[in-house]
Write a protein that binds this ligand. Sequence first.
Ligand code: SAM
Length: 244
Amino acid sequence: MKLFLVPTPIGNLDDITLRAIKVLQNADAILAEDTRTSGVLLRHLGISKPLHSYHIFNEHQTVQRLVGQMKEGKTLALVSDAGTPGISDPGFLLVRECIKNDIPVECLPGPTALVPALVNSGLPNDRFTFEGFLPHKKGRQTRLMELTEEERTMVFYESPHRLLKTLGQFAEVFGPDRPASVSRELTKVFEENRRGALSELITYFAEKTVKGELVICVQGREPVRRGSAEKRRMFEQDEDTEDD
Ligand code: SAM
């Protein structure tokens, strides 16, 4: 009885881990966001297992049935089309239900787009915030306004046809000089990591037909310089709450 979340390559098939292969081989069944996409990978790995679809349109209906199967002793492995399940992909609901039902959950480490994009960006990565996809319409402006105060590097997923619009909005809210990066087609033959001020990235990508998958990283705002009296107060507050 167990749920495994198994990361799969985001472009380069060599990025599958040895343990991912073992877990997929040993699972009673594999849950896939798109059975055709995962079928190609499984055939490439020589793995033949019952394959069931699990995606955002059926997860609410299927989650209880899957929990029931695991309670009967089955081990299931969840994969998404690419990268780590649950990261801007289905997975969260099933993980939450497993935890509620005392079913062990294990997410294997492995491919995901956000980590290489962040590290390749050359922007500070000691602290960062993963923003995933911005809302397309409702709530987009509010989300952007909330982020104006963010001091950590921000990581966004975006589709190629919205790249210029999004970079334009970033330049408006964060300022055109804010350092940023666009990582395109990570791990693939035509991988590209473009770094520069938001205005430079806009000029560069405006001249191109942007294709493929991409991640945008934007440096956080300069930390607010606090007066020494305010710093002392914050330090004292920290000390008061340290052992709580
Ligand atoms: N679960 C995946 C992960 O762990 O990264 C993310 C899935 S999300 C539906 C797809 C988005 O991830 C794309 O729109 C893009 O922003 C990003 N992405 C996935 N593969 C990528 C790649 N090879 N290069 C750049 N970005 C990628």
